[in-house]
Design a protein around this ligand. Structure first.
Ligand SMILES: Cc1cc2nc3c(=O)[nH]c(=O)nc-3n(C[C@H](O)[C@H](O)[C@H](O)COP(=O)(O)O)c2cc1C
Length: 289
């Protein structure tokens, strides 16, 4: 007992704590603030095929026990990522999971093919659940057939560990998780942010340039724990849980709900060393079992 190492697909992690996509940049931003080597894995900010300028400002605002964000997947595109960010990430000696997103299946395929060639990429997380990009058809992760098609198409072009990130903005999350598993994902991660909105009562306008945004932080934790529990007991692939983890106790709660690993998001903005504390806390808890 007391061992923290786990396996997700082909990936071996020395502990189950990862940083969540979009809350840790491409890791360099945190190099002076914490020990990057302590992490179980790093999930990069989502990248797309072509650069994206993101949504209009303001893009974040604080809410009771959480925050809203509507970044809109701002990034410099996959070629820039491979040239400018990956060399640094590869030197950290921690598994690197690259989060990707696209508007069409073809974009996911092209991204996965490019990343599959890169030795420094250990895994791919499919962000099919970002609530901040406009789409008439809704999110891929809101439709079981669309989820199946994207996961299957990516599975066919890469042997890297594949994680599918699910949306909480659905009625039946298990149905979507099952579609991802059937299509060959190695694991599912949940949850992405909840669609939300906040209005400035002085101006009568939304506090976000995009009007709506994604809600994260402690306020979403009980719903996220329930969703992880619902999925974990019904699928035979590992579940990576997240949503409002601010302490080791919160992470343990997700693990007791059935998560094999956890991701920490919003908490990184408040306390950059939070993951190190969470890892130590889980280690102490494991020893008492
Ligand atoms: C500012 C911000 C940016 C985010 N960007 C991304 C992103 O690029 N890709 C993604 O899959 N999730 C993104 N997320 C969602 C987080 O990875 C995570 O799923 C969510 O915030 C719930 O976890 P938390 O409550 O610990 O933050 C973002 C969240 C925040 C707060």
């Amino acid at each position: 007992m007391g061992r923290l190492d786990i396996k997700i697909g082909k990936l071996k992690l020395k502990n189950p704590v990862m940083v969540a996509s979009g809350t840790f940049g491409y890791a360099k931003e945190f190099e002076k603030l914490m020990d990057l080597k302590s992490l179980g894995a790093i999930v990069t900010k989502t990248i797309t095929l072509k650069p994206r300028s993101g949504n209009p400002m303001p893009r974040i605002c604080e809410t009771s026990s959480g925050m809203l964000n509507a970044i809109g997947l701002q990034n410099d595109g996959v070629d820039d990522f491979i040239k400018e960010k990956l060399p640094y990430l590869s030197k950290i000696c921690v598994p690197i999971i690259v989060s990707i997103s696209g508007d069409k299946i073809e974009e996911f395929i092209k991204l996965a093919k490019k990343l599959d060639k890169e030795k420094a990429v250990d895994g791919i997380e499919l962000n099919i659940s970002c609530p901040n990009i406009e789409s008439k058809k809704g999110l891929i992760a809101q439709d079981k057939d669309a989820t199946y098609d994207v996961v299957k198409a990516v599975r066919e072009v890469t042997g890297k560990t594949l994680i599918t990130k699910l949306s909480p903005n659905v009625t039946n999350v298990l149905k979507i998780a099952r579609a991802a598993c059937k299509a060959g994902t190695d694991a599912v991660s949940l949850v992405n942010t909840f669609l939300g909105m906040a209005i400035d009562i002085e101006t009568g306008k939304s506090k976000l340039g995009n009007i709506t945004g994604g809600l994260s932080g402690p306020c979403i934790k009980p719903i996220a724990v329930r969703m992880v529990w619902e999925v974990a007991k019904n699928i035979d692939k590992p579940v990576i849980g997240m949503g409002g983890i601010m302490s080791a106790e919160d992470a343990i709660e997700f693990m007791l709900a059935g998560a094999k690993a956890v991701q920490v998001g919003t908490a990184n903005f408040i306390e950059p060393q939070i993951c190190e504390k969470i890892i130590k806390g889980i280690k102490r808890w494991e020893k008492t079992k």
